[in-house]
Ligand binder design. Sequence first.
Ligand SMILES: [Zn+2]
Length: 459
Amino acid sequence: TALILNEKGLTLDEEGFKAELQKQKDRSRAASEVSTDDWTVITEDSQEEFVGYDSLTEHVNITRYRKVVSKKDGELFQLVFDKTPFYPEGGGQVGDKGYLEDEHGDVVYVLDTKKENNVIIHFAKNLPKHLKETFKAVVDEKQRFRTACNHTATHLLHQALREILGNHVEQKGSAVHSKYLRFDFSHFAKMTPEQLRDVENFVNARIDGKLPLEEQRNVPMEEALAGGAMALFGEKYGDSVRTIRFGQSMELCGGTHVQNTSDIWHFKIRSESAIAAGIRRIEAITNDAVKDFYFDNNRALFEIKDLLNNTKNPVKAVSDLQQENVNLKKQIDGLLKEKSKGLKGSLINELEDLNGVLFLSKKVDLDANGIKDLAFEMGKEHKNLFVLFAANNNGKALLSCYISKELATEKQLDAGKIVRELGKYIQGGGGGQPFFATAGGKNPDGIDQALEAVRDYIT
Ligand SMILES: [Zn+2]
């Protein structure tokens, strides 16, 4: 994170960050406090196999179940089937969702699927009523399809990065969701806009090329590697593996994929960033998410054009507005300087002589900078000045106290202490130096009281 912040010219409050991290850790430890019941076995079944590469609907029997209670998720039931079409979270890909339906039409939703000790576990909020019956298990097809689009795109992205950036690119992690994909890889520089465009074009060319899925299951590991399949660094593989090929991209992979790259429709990179030294992260979207992305961008552009009176060139129109804004700010700064000069002339006449101190407390219509300029300008002309200015800026009260340095020393006056104490009238606080200090508060109604109370400091 420090790295990303440095890139943006920001720094990190590391101590604060560590403290927050510890709090977060404590919270998640509390949230992950889990109590797990023992398994209730309905039928012994040694198979419990995954059949979801070929079908999304299957008739299944529940072999065992147990209740799990955690602070984070509340009460959940874990169900194991004799066979299942639900893909369990793994290889970066999320687990399937879907439902179970019994013969009476009772439905239980499967919220997530995970693998624990080689057993595929389905998570449900309730337990089915008729546990010993046969259920129709149905995977959420839309989510599975979107996830498959993103998984296949991840393989093509991996291939594109090695092709365009070089063979030093190694996959360091990936997350394949239904809404987006994330790919972490080794590379030492920020990618240029041209490289990002080249990578997008590379992947989209393979989508346009309508490459079919070529899948092989139960291939001996050596045979797969000899055939050119890419094994991921740090990943554990069994003796026999599954290979996924789309054109020249071939990986050892257990995930679910589209039948043809044209199913993906389009690939779009949303962001590229650093996550650690020498490790970059790309987030990208495919299919429906790309359509939504372009629709949203297009709508924003229409709205911008509309605000700019349907200009044909919104970029120029915005840039003109920015320039106009800069010019107006300059003009206003000049006018404010003039105003404070004029004000100075009339205020000098309002100074009261209190035992040799030239005193003034007054509400003025200036912002904080204007008041400061005014006070310092007046201070140049008088050596024994004590002024308190107040302003109401958009409902916020402001007090500024100026005391000539000689006067502050001689009478042991401290503008910082004074505004802090006067802060109670405007429900706020502040501080500064003995010769100049400011306070802000949320109660402008207290300004008059503060302007009156300040007299006590010199009389
Ligand atoms: Zn994969």
